[in-house]
Structures are given as structure tokens and as C-alpha cells.
Design a protein around this ligand. Structure first.
Ligand code: ZN
Length: 250
């Protein structure tokens, strides 16, 4: 359920509207970012990535993607009808962490099995989407952090939609830790067949609230609707549904 409500922007006085479940909201008139519950300023780092594409260029990218790759129907670029091209600034939490896992396990791929010990140490800029119901392939999105700048509402296109955060910083950090642990668990399982013990240590160095420009493209091909997600900062295709080329279905 999404009920729109408003608080007053304590910087410019304009109404900041937000929906049920949103925790952090940004004023579209002045860029002031507030914690909804208290109305007070959001005091952590708020960054953004800049979109470099307009509707025409994004359509070009879409058609190029449709033309490339042998898995796609050959007439896709010609026949697909683009229904929607929406630029959305999606909210993310970027949790920078150094994670170390020390483990001991049994390696059963040789006879007799041996006990093996090891250590994994890695640095991450772990991405957590700050929306609960938005379907987004976070692990497939290589967020171009190099282009990160302080959030500036003047750099946001009038036609773009900005989504607010539904997850607070603490929750984002917890999710990131949990996901990193799961990831390390997965990595350890590549090395040993049975884990005897495993100890993780995760140190968070920084957590940044980030708005990233993502183009949501919807196109129609042979009566079906397909979606394409494009990174507006780099033009990279994040994910695209590919119509089946299978014969004899109809
Ligand atoms: Zn304002």
C-alpha cells in the first residue's frame, strides 16, 4: 500500500512528498535530504551518479543491443516497439567493507580426504538496493563509483523519477554483512567440501547513500512485453530480457 504524505522541507519550505515505507526523502526543489521520521537532515554522505543519455541516445543503445548477439531474433531491432523509456534514480547504499574469513574444512575430492585450512580476505563496495519491492539485479550491476559526485538536484533531469529510501543505514549495513558472509561461505565451498569451522570478520569503513540513474526500457515484440535496464552513467546494459528464438511454439 502506498499512501502519499508530505513533510515540509526545512531548507526551502516546499512540500516533500513520500510514500508509506519510505525512510529518507529528498526535496526535489532544493535537494535537501531528510529523515522522514524526525524531519531532520540526513547527515551521512549522499552521492549520485550522473546520467549521460537522453531519450534518443538511449533508444539508439537499445536498438544496438537488439541487433547484437546471436541469441536474439534477427528481426528484433526492426520489429520491437519501444513502449517506455523511463529514467529512474534508484537509491542504493554502498557499504565499503573489508572481510576476512578463516576456515577449516574437509576436502573430499581426493582419497583419502584431507583437512584443509584457508583464509579469504577481500575488499568490497557492497551494493544494497534501498527499496523493498523493486526488482533489480544488484549483483549484475557494476556500479561505476568512479563517477560519484555529491548529490546535486540541479543535475537531475526534470523528466526523471527519483525514488526514496525504504531502508535505513543500519539495516543496509546488516544486509551487506549478511550477504558478504553468504558470499564467503559460497567461496569456501569451492575450496572444501565440508566446512568444519568458519570465522568471519567484517569491518565496515564507509556507508554511502547513492542515487544512480537507471533507464527502464519496455518494448513489445510479437505481442509480448520485455524489459531492459541500462546504466545511465555508462550506457552499459545491466539486464535485458531476450525474446525466445524458438521455432514451432505457435
Ligand atoms: Zn527543499
Amino acid at each position: 500500500m502506498s499512501v502519499v504524505a508530505e513533510i515540509m522541507c526545512s531548507h526551502c519550505g516546499a512540500p516533500i512528498s513520500f510514500e508509506t515505507g519510505e525512510i529518507i526523502a529528498t526535496c526535489k526543489y532544493c535537494g535537501y535530504t531528510a529523515v522522514i521520521e524526525t524531519g531532520k537532515a540526513f547527515t551521512f554522505e549522499h552521492s549520485m551518479l550522473q546520467n549521460k543519455y537522453d531519450q534518443i541516445k538511449i533508444e539508439e543503445l537499445t536498438r544496438n543491443w537488439m541487433r547484437a548477439g546471436f541469441l536474439k531474433p534477427t528481426d528484433l531491432a526492426k520489429k520491437a516497439k519501444i513502449m517506455e523509456k523511463n529514467l529512474v534514480y534508484l537509491p542504493f547504499w554502498v557499504v565499503s567493507a573489508e572481510a576476512e574469513s578463516i576456515y577449516k574444512g574437509i576436502f573430499e575430492r581426493i582419497t583419502p580426504p584431507i583437512v584443509k585450512e584457508g583464509k579469504i580476505k577481500k575488499k568490497y563496495d557492497w551494493l544494497i538496493i534501498a527499496r523493498k519491492a523493486t526488482e533489480f539485479p544488484t549483483r549484475e550491476y557494476d556500479v561505476p563509483l568512479i563517477g560519484k559526485i555529491p548529490y546535486d538536484f540541479r543535475k537531475i533531469e526534470a523528466f526523471a523519477k527519483i525514488l526514496n529510501s525504504e531502508i535505513d543505514k543500519r539495516e543496509a549495513v546488516e544486509s551487506a554483512k549478511h550477504q558478504i558472509e553468504e558470499h564467503h561461505h559460497y567461496l569456501v565451498q569451492q575450496d572444501v567440501d565440508k566446512i568444519i569451522e568458519m570465522k568471519d570478520k567484517i569491518e565496515i569503513s564507509q556507508t554511502v547513500y547513492l542515487h544512480a540513474p537507471i533507464w527502464f526500457i519496455k518494448h513489445q515484440y510479437k505481442g509480448e512485453i520485455y524489459q531492459l535496464l541500462i546504466d545511465g552513467a555508462t550506457g552499459t546494459i545491466i539486464k535485458g530480457d531476450i525474446p525466445s528464438t524458438g521455432f514451432g511454439i505457435f
